[in-house]
Design a protein around this ligand. Structure first.
Ligand SMILES: CC(C)(COP(=O)(O)OP(=O)(O)OC[C@H]1O[C@@H](n2cnc3c(N)ncnc32)[C@H](O)[C@@H]1OP(=O)(O)O)[C@@H](O)C(=O)NCCC(=O)NCCS
Length: 224
């Protein structure tokens, strides 16, 4: 899997969001939701109402900016205005639109990502918050991953990897649990995720990267 990364914070204007031409290619936009494109004008009425109910301002702005960026990307690919892009959610929460590729989003208060590619795609960004990650380590680490429990960088890598996989298969953590996704701790830098058998023969690859020291991004894509 190859990543083509555009940091919208540095770009002059928005890069052209063409669909990926090769099956192993994943395009990723990363941006600061407080600084980029929180344009409610491109949202649907339903989205505006949904986001207006979010009281925590950084979360609200991150949701608005991320959905705006997603609508811009999909609008260009579909030849529609961003506001008229059809979007719906599956029962598990995954956003879907009538395009012939897959996409995924993730947002924190200061970093947001939109990823799209021809295989099934999942993306996750997290702030490396040692206290918060240690606090939930018990919940998400598989017993074979316990050696990571005191290492904030590794914890962030495992957590984002698991969330990206849960999004790529489309279950989120509704029909799957973090412990269902098991990484080989001896080989974490070379992405080699294994899944505890639950959905059969699915095979995914995970790539991690950082564009700043405080956040880590994982992209999961289906290997064919
Ligand atoms: C999607 C999920 C895996 C992660 O969500 P999150 O980390 O809270 O939030 P992120 O910003 O990374 O991702 C949110 C986006 O994921 C997407 N998403 C939601 N459900 C999804 C699913 N089933 N499949 C694919 N994508 C999904 C949505 O587009 C959502 O953004 P939107 O609501 O603005 O449209 C969520 O299903 C979940 O289960 N979260 C629970 C987190 C948890 O269990 N925490 C306890 C720690 S042990």
């Amino acid at each position: 899997m190859k990543i083509i990364l555009d940091s919208l914070d540095r770009a002059v204007g928005t890069p052209e969001p063409s669909p990926p031409p090769e099956k192993d290619l994943v395009r990723v936009w990363i941006f600061d939701p407080l600084r980029w494109g929180a344009t409610e004008a491109v949202l649907s009425d339903g989205e505006r109402a949904e986001f207006a109910r979010i009281r925590h301002e950084p979360t609200r702005l991150a949701r608005i900016a991320t959905r705006s960026a997603l609508r811009r990307m999909l609008g260009t690919c579909l030849g529609l205005s961003p506001a008229s892009v059809p979007l719906r959610r599956t029962a598990a929460g995954k956003l879907v639109s009538p395009v012939d590729f897959d996409f995924s989003v993730s947002h924190t208060a200061r970093r947001a990502v939109v990823a799209w590619g021809l295989s099934r795609i999942g993306v996750d960004v997290e702030r490396i918050d040692a206290g918060a990650l240690r606090g939930v380590a018990e919940v998400f680490l598989h017993p074979s991953e316990r050696s990571a429990s005191e290492d904030p960088g590794l914890l962030a890598q495992l957590w984002t990897g698991k969330e990206a996989l849960a999004k790529a298969i489309g279950t989120g953590f509704v029909a799957a649990e973090p412990k269902d996704f098991v990484f080989d701790m001896d080989d974490l830098d070379v992405p080699s995720p294994r899944r505890v058998p639950r959905t059969g023969s699915d095979r995914f690859e995970v790539v991690w990267f950082q564009t700043d020291p405080d956040h880590v991004v994982a992209v999961a894509g289906e290997s064919r």
